[in-house]
Design a protein around this ligand. Structure first.
Ligand code: URA
Length: 207
């Protein structure tokens, strides 16, 4: 993809986020400082999806800027990626009070926003972080059973996608064994991405 196509996609994504920030009916808006739409490249091959903005993200308007974000950046670097190479967002675009889990109506109120982001970016991989993002796409799966595996699924809303569920970096940060598991699962991303690239080039499904 050449630079001008990249710039057009970035501009379209900026406009999309601006439009959705003015339209989104999520009740979390009332207490949040601002929307946290997402950050990174609109031409990314990988979209990472977390749960919801926390305090730092709410103040800055950027996802994953706290301790979990630093850990995520470390893991990205370990597989040769920088934040600018990917897109990071959350299933819920506003901070839930006291960082509680998002409620189902809040997730569904923000779902159209996420759907439009995925459709525009059209990534080869969606990496879900934690159980809320996992269950948004694979409702019957348990994170403890499926972390690090690749799933191919077809959705009416976003077409056929390869999904890789991972533990949430915030949950893994202070839990030694989960932290090691997450780091090891992360190392599988380049191979899964390469397979997805080959499949796209040849229009075949290897996995
Ligand atoms: N945790 C998330 O799920 N998202 C963020 O943006 C920050 C922390």
């Amino acid at each position: 993809m050449n630079d001008s196509v990249h710039n057009v996609k970035d501009e379209l994504l900026r406009e999309l986020n601006e439009r959705m920030a003015s339209q989104c009916q999520c009740s979390l808006r009332k207490e949040a400082t601002q929307a946290v739409p997402g950050s990174g490249s609109a031409s990314a091959e990988i979209v990472f999806i977390g749960e919801a903005p926390g305090k730092n993200e709410d103040l800055k308007g950027v996802p994953f800027v706290g301790a979990a974000g630093i850990f995520l950046e470390e893991m990205l670097l370990s597989v040769g990626l920088r934040r600018e190479d990917i897109y990071i967002t959350n299933i819920v675009k506003y901070r839930p009070p006291e960082n509680r889990d998002p409620f189902p109506p809040e997730i569904s109120d923000c779902a159209e926003w996420l759907r439009e982001q995925i459709t525009l970016i059209d990534p080869l991989l969606i990496v879900t972080l934690g159980r809320h993002a996992l269950n948004h796409y694979l409702p019957d799966q348990k994170i403890s059973e499926v972390h690090g595996k690749a799933f191919r699924k077809t959705y009416a809303s976003i077409g056929t996608r390869v999904l890789v569920p991972l533990y949430h970096p915030a949950a893994a940060l202070y839990n030694g064994s989960m932290r090691n598991t997450l780091k090891m699962d992360f190392m599988r991303i380049p191979a899964i991405l390469n397979t997805a690239r080959l499949e796209k080039e040849n229009d075949v499904h290897i996995a």
